[in-house]
Design a binder for this molecule. Structure first.
Ligand code: PMV
Length: 322
């Protein structure tokens, strides 16, 4: 019985979230926490789909049954399955598809993009569809639109290609960072809703166009400056820029008390910089510092009940194998 697995990294946005939705640049890194999708051949003609993180197991008698019943619950996967069926004439029968992610969901770590990328890559390999990475990324962007409304494409790009990237809608460049880049990620214990956060900023932009433009321009400047300093590995300066970006995200109404509390603890312990990452209004905070400092902050935050982990860069993006 054949079996194929694909594994895609999560991501975190270092600079420029939200502003990136309006065509400005952002910087993201692929992180060494992964989602995996396994496609296995089974004896029965059924289609089994297992979403491990949701503790959900679906069983469909055929492709039609799948589309009718799955689309509503999981529109991103329903859309993708329909597209692949229409484009490649595959009916998914005799397969068991299992998806698992070690990323916290709704936390700004790209769990939806990462699982979508792993899913498409595993199907691509199993059926020998010969899709290139840019096609995988493009299809997962369409999947993301089904749940996030108007995403910029930064999540699917980072989870597909890996590395640290400077992204502007439609294209990206790799940033080569000269030293081992590690950050501390702390979960606020609050799931966020990316679609709602994007809509909130859309409304804010309509209400206060001038102010919003000023804020986005400042974020753009910070992001460009960060790119230069990332290339030279100037951690002190990168930390300062993170703090400035955080102030602007706070002005946009994307921060909250828990995020501020985490940042205060981290600064007390000597972080070089902190900011929320991703959509905001919950999710995660990222902290920059030297290794010893990150370990110290990690201890303090754990003692306060905040789950946290130190992550490094993923260099490969999506790949076949577990
Ligand atoms: O997927 P999240 O929650 O990390 O948010 C993505 C970042 C946004 O800039 C808010 C949206 C986008 O698609 O760029």
């Amino acid at each position: 019985m054949r079996s194929v697995s694909a594994k895609a990294p999560g991501k975190c946005i270092l600079f420029g979230e939200h502003s990136v939705v309006y065509g400005n640049p952002a910087i993201a890194m692929a992180i060494n926490l992964y989602s995996t999708c396994t496609v296995e051949e089974i004896k029965t003609e059924k289609i089994e789909i297992i979403l491990d993180n949701f503790e959900q197991k679906y069983e469909f008698s055929n492709y039609r049954d799948l589309i009718i019943n799955f689309y509503e619950n999981r529109p991103q996967f329903g859309y993708c399955i329909e597209k692949l069926h229409d484009n490649f004439n595959i009916n998914f029968e005799n397969t068991k598809i299992s998806i698992f992610s070690s990323l916290i969901k709704g936390a700004g770590l790209g769990s939806s993009a990462s699982t979508a990328v792993a899913f498409v890559a595993a199907i691509n390999e199993y059926y020998q569809l010969r899709m290139e990475k840019n096609q995988i990324s493009a299809l997962t962007l369409e999947m993301e639109k089904k749940i996030h409304g108007t995403p910029s494409g930064i999540d699917n790009t980072t989870c597909t290609f890996g590395k640290m990237i400077y992204f502007k809608k439609g294209n990206y460049k790799v940033i080569d960072f000269p030293v081992d880049f590690k950050i501390l990620i702390t979960y606020t214990n609050m799931e966020h809703n990316t679609k709602r956060a994007i809509e909130k900023i859309g409304l804010y932009k309509k209400q206060y166009p001038k102010l919003c433009k000023e804020i986005f321009n400042s974020i753009k400047k910070i992001t460009k400056d960060a790119k230069k300093n990332l290339k030279t590995g100037n951690l002190q300066k990168i930390g300062l820029l993170m703090n400035q970006n955080q102030e602007l995200l706070t002005k946009l109404g994307l921060s909250n008390q828990i995020i501020s509390d985490i940042i205060s603890i981290s600064l007390q312990d000597g972080a070089l910089g902190n900011k929320l990452t991703g959509a905001g209004l919950g999710g995660c905070v990222i902290s920059l510092g030297y290794q010893d400092t990150l370990l110290k902050i990690s201890k303090s935050l754990s003692a306060k009940g905040f789950k946290n982990f130190i992550v490094g860069l993923d260099y490969e993006g999506v790949k076949i194998g577990e």
